[in-house]
Write a protein that binds this ligand. Structure first.
Ligand code: FAD
Length: 347
């Protein structure tokens, strides 16, 4: 038996953020990952603390970014890979009411840090937007695929990644610890995204799951270096390539891209840009969403050495570093969890 501090099950944004907590505190661990979920791999990776549908602050978004930005910068140094691209965001106004709401929102807490107090009415080549644009600063994108690929390579080299599905039946639990295959661990943290549905210890939690589809396009006549936001986002990837997303589907629980998803994205895109484009890639994944739109974090009520880190929903890039830190402090130092994320709210 190999004695370690932690087993992590699932290496999406949640598992990665928790593994980083463990490394920062010199805890030993292994991660199990079976490629059964794709949410973190296909995510747009956008970070933006303003909800542009309603011009309201995203839940704790400003505070989460204060932790997330240095977190990703440190990871870039550690892995020697660049995956953070900072760009501004331009919201396409669709009505005069929209414009008025923009000005009204500037006075709301934190929004003035990101939303510029003037609106631009100059046209942008290839973009449909007669009513102009509102601009946000401090936004950008984490290339989550590149981040996770690099992180997996790093863990592989360190001998910390086990590329197998976790077999819940093979876990034995006692007061002194947990045993799984050749490992004996103090704690286990489950961060399986929508895969939580297969987890007999936590599958009673109200994880609903929301499928999202996203496409990459090539539009040679479009040359923007900011993210355009309308009913879809159009995000610059460089060399006239763009990512366009995303759909929201509450019934289909597969990660497979669909014809309907593609049609929805292209019909919305055709209302945003007026230049030809070709579709280069099409992806799908299930966002681990929760009915009250808050993460699912905490210790199992019966097994105190078993924890869950899930429910990152639609904004995993911003949320993951904060909730991973809170879970670590909760387990190791008995710091109370924010009641909004604590699974105790459902027990
Ligand atoms: C189309 C789309 C666009 C999105 N765009 C954005 C965006 O722009 N910005 C943003 O912040 N968020 C975005 N999201 C949401 C974001 O992707 C999620 O919040 C985040 O990825 C959730 O991370 P996670 O680690 O909790 O779950 P996941 O990414 O699902 O990771 C869970 C991991 O656990 C593994 N696993 C599951 N069960 C087991 C098991 N039994 N054994 C071993 N491994 C297991 C899975 O293979 C997976 O790798 C988007 C999501 C989608 C689908």
């Amino acid at each position: 038996m190999k004695q370690i501090d932690y087993i992590i099950v699932g290496l999406g944004l949640a598992g990665l953020a928790f593994a980083e907590q463990l490394q920062a505190h010199n805890k030993s661990f292994v991660v199990f990952e079976d490629d059964s979920q794709t949410s973190s791999l296909v995510a747009g990776g956008v970070y933006n603390p303003v909800i542009l549908k309603r011009f309201t602050p995203a839940w704790n978004g400003h505070q989460q970014l204060q932790l997330a930005m240095p977190f990703y910068a440190a990871l870039e140094d550690k892995l020697a890979v660049t995956f953070d691209t900072k760009f501004s965001t331009r919201k396409i106004f669709t009505s005069v009411k929209d414009q008025n709401n923009w000005f009204a929102a500037l006075d709301k807490p934190f929004l003035g840090n990101y939303m510029l107090p003037n609106i631009s009415t100059s046209s942008i080549d290839g973009v449909i937007g007669e009513l102009g644009f509102g601009e946000l600063q401090g936004t950008g994108r984490i290339d989550t695929l590149s981040l996770l690929d690099s992180y997996k390579s790093y863990l592989r080299k360190e001998g910390l990644l086990i590329e197998n599905g976790f077999d819940y039946d093979a876990l034995s639990i006692s007061d002194v610890g947990l045993h799984y295959l050749s490992y004996s661990a103090n704690y286990i943290v489950f961060s399986e995204g929508y895969g939580l549905k297969r987890n007999p210890f936590f599958n009673n939690l109200p994880l609903t799951g929301t499928k999202g589809e996203i496409i990459n396009i090539h539009a040679p006549d479009l040359a923007i270096d900011f993210l355009l936001k309308s009913s879809v986002f159009v995000m610059p990837l460089g060399n006239h390539y763009y990512k366009v997303g995303a759909t929201f589907n509450w019934t289909d629980k597969t990660s497979t891209p669909t014809v309907e998803g593609l049609e929805e994205l292209t019909s919305k895109l055709d209302k945003v840009i007026a230049v030809p484009y070709t579709i280069v890639n099409h992806y799908g994944g299930i966002r681990p969403t929760v009915k009250d739109r808050r993460p699912l974090v905490g210790l199992h009520p019966k097994y105190p050495n078993m924890a869950v880190l899930n429910g990152l929903g639609t904004r995993g890039v911003m949320i993951a570093p904060t909730v991973a830190q809170q879970l670590f402090q909760h387990i190791e130092n008995k710091v109370a969890l924010d009641p909004e994320i604590d699974i105790a709210r459902f027990l």
